[in-house]
Design a protein around this ligand. Structure first.
Ligand SMILES: Nc1nc2c(ncn2[C@@H]2O[C@H](COP(=O)(O)OP(=O)(O)OP(=O)(O)O)[C@@H](O)[C@H]2O)c(=O)[nH]1
Ligand SMILES: [Mg+2]
Length: 231
């Protein structure tokens, strides 16, 4: 050492989640088995809102349940299906008492009976607007199709509800790299002008695991701190 003071450390950007420490925090959050808490068909059956909550929302069949399984590394935690509209309840999963992940019924499933669709849509929107512990919504968009009209409606509603949302592209394994990049850039430009939106969409694939580490890291920023148990 020459005796000169070390240069001041660069300020850490609290929103950054692609650095090694944040990735490690994400890994830790999802390292222990996640547990199914309950599934509710009505909002008044929800447990008390005392843990930070992140909801996985998106069109029917976009890959919400598959993403929860990929994040937790537990292949059959959330039920997935080729049949759109499979998840009909709000399902809650606990991550070590630090964060609750919420698997929502999909919206915009045209083939289901109309009154059922309306009931789901009403319930999901009421949940998204009114849940006090809801810190973030992951809004899933199929990377093959981009946003549809119903997604635009949801984005507008989220802006009004003032719940920050992160766009997550799903099924990236089914899209050419150039197309995925083009969609990601176009969405980023749009989100920059959208109230409540986190700036960068995260491309993911539950099949190839692409983006899963990064999303774990982003979610760990919202979790309760880990309590270190003394040896
Ligand atoms: N290739 C590919 N297929 C996927 C991916 N994620 C989900 N799928 C498939 O997409 C279909 C729907 O997946 P789900 O996870 O059940 O979708 P969901 O959004 O939970 O559907 P609902 O609960 O009905 O709204 C299933 O056949 C999955 O195997 C992915 O990353 N890549
Ligand atoms: Mg589902």
């Amino acid at each position: 050492m020459s005796g000169t003071a070390a240069p001041p450390a660069a300020p850490v950007d609290p929103d950054r989640y692609d650095d090694p420490d944040s990735i490690e925090a994400g890994r830790k959050l999802f390292a222990r088995p996640a547990t199914f808490v309950m599934g509710v068909a009505k909002l008044d059956q929800l447990p008390p809102a005392d843990l930070p909550e992140v909801a996985i929302a998106g069109r029917s069949n976009v890959g919400k349940s598959s993403l929860i399984n990929a994040l937790t590394g537990q292949g059959s935690l959330a039920r997935t299906s080729n049949t759109p509209g499979r998840t009909q309840q709000i399902n809650l999963f606990d991550l070590s008492g630090r964060l609750t992940l919420v698997d929502l019924p999909g919206y915009g499933y045209a083939q289901a009976p109309k009154d059922l669709v309306q009931r789901w849509t009403r319930m999901v929107f009421a949940y998204l607007r009114g849940r006090p512990s809801l810190l973030r919504i992951c809004l899933l968009i199929d990377a093959r199709h981009g946003t549809k009209k119903v997604d635009d409606d949801v984005i507008e509603m989220l802006g009004k509800a003032a719940v920050p949302f992160q766009v997550v592209l799903t099924k990236a394994d089914l899209v050419k790299r150039a197309d995925l990049e083009a969609l990601t850039l176009a969405l980023a430009a749009r989100l920059a002008k959208t109230v409540g939106a986190m700036p960068n969409p995260i491309p993911t694939s539950s099949r190839s695991q692409k983006g899963i580490e990064l999303l774990r890291s982003a979610l760990a920023k919202l979790a309760r701190p880990q309590i270190e148990t003394p040896r």
